[in-house]
Write a new protein. Structure first.
Length: 374
């Protein structure tokens, strides 16, 4: 075995010994409380029919795009879809990326420059962390949702300042105090970037996100909306000014140097947004969230308060969290354990996702099973 292969084996063995070895699994449990498909769009027959009908209306579409957007991969329909989505979220313009990871890395690696400052909430997504690392800006973290700590970091910032938060945090499910953060950014001439991945479809009129719900869309420099959660498809869009869109087309490496998504992929995104406008999905998912929280009030478990579709029960220790999840899975409830180092040691948890297709009875039955964890 050569030295590189030995390195791989040693690292994998180390992870296995610590009980942290990851592997791909196929889950077919009857009650989904795991996926990010909050509105059921990923499995929606109506969306599938809409996509199939719309694809037929695009003449001579290709199986693949054939190149990057700057070469052969652009299409008028893609640009129309970008503007349609931007209008939906009350933004001037938008640029589609192949994934949320690509969008976050592409934005933060391209916009902040040497001499600038990026200040991030300590719990932001790994893709935002990686994007910030790729920039030449100074980087600081502030304690999660801690406005005083953010204010202190802003006082020490130099150059152009970018504050990066999620509107809904993917592991805790709690929301950022966006109004207060906007006020702080205005005081320090900082530019706010909000990842709306887990707020889209859940908050705001027709699911426009928490930024729009709070009327802050004009106060935010950039928003990232991903399509792989409530929108039920794949990809992401960066929303902002026309200047930001043009800048990213010119300087964002994860946009420039990658093959564009095929047109039927863009059709799926467009159709999902059409479906969003047809119903009051935020009210539907809110009913499930309220019901779950009412049931959990009578159960003595360490939870993180959340008004989003992501609900968390802390179960300290990787082995304990894994065993708790396995017990629920044996009863048919697809609930996953989130282990350290994905979350901080001592903050291991069960991450429970609620969906419009979870019946009230399923949620009540889940709550009954959670009582066994007390």
């Amino acid at each position: 075995m050569n030295s590189a292969e030995q390195f791989l084996q040693d690292r994998l063995q180390e992870r296995t010994t610590k009980g942290l070895f990851r592997q791909l699994i196929n889950t077919t449990l009857p009650f989904d409380f795991c996926s990010n498909d909050y509105l059921g769009f990923a499995k929606s027959p109506a969306l599938k029919q809409l996509i199939e009908a719309q694809v037929k209306n695009i003449a001579n579409y290709k199986n693949g795009s054939g190149g990057s957007r700057l070469l052969s991969g652009n299409h008028p329909y893609t640009e129309e879809t970008e503007q349609f989505i931007a209008n939906f979220h009350q933004a001037a313009a938008g640029l589609i990326f192949n994934s949320g990871y690509d969008a976050n890395v592409g934005l933060l690696s391209a916009v902040p420059q040497r001499g600038d400052t990026i200040i991030t909430d300590e719990l932001i997504h790994a893709s935002l962390i990686d994007g910030a690392r790729l920039s030449h800006a100074e980087r600081y973290k502030f304690r999660h949702n801690d406005l005083n700590d953010l204010a202190q970091k802003l006082k020490n910032a130099k150059g152009l300042i970018y504050v990066v938060v999620e509107s809904v945090y993917s592991m805790d499910g709690d929301t950022a105090p966006l109004k207060e953060i906007v006020d702080l950014c205005k005081q320090h001439q900082a530019h706010l970037i909000v990842d709306e991945a887990h707020a889209t479809g859940i908050f705001g009129h027709k699911g426009r996100g928490l930024t729009v719900q709070l009327g802050l869309e004009k106060d935010v420099f950039a928003r990232i909306v991903t399509f792989g959660k409530a929108v039920g498809t794949h990809g992401a869009i960066i929303l902002g000014s026309t200047a930001l869109r043009n800048y990213l087309i010119n300087f964002s490496r994860s946009f420039i140097y990658t093959t564009a998504a095929p047109i039927h992929h863009i059709v799926a995104i467009n159709c999902a947004y059409q479906l969003l406008t047809t119903n009051d999905y935020p009210t539907q998912i809110a009913h499930k969230i309220i019901l779950y929280n009412e049931l959990l009030r009578n159960i003595n478990l360490p939870i993180i308060k959340s008004s989003s579709a992501i609900q968390t029960i802390l179960v300290k220790g990787n082995a304990n969290a894994r065993n708790a999840a396995a017990g629920l899975q044996e009863k048919g409830f697809d609930v996953k354990a989130i282990l350290s180092p994905t979350v901080a040691e001592g903050k291991e948890r069960l991450r429970i996702c609620l969906h419009t297709y979870n019946s009230d009875e399923e949620i009540r039955n889940l709550a009954e099973q959670l009582k066994t964890l007390q």
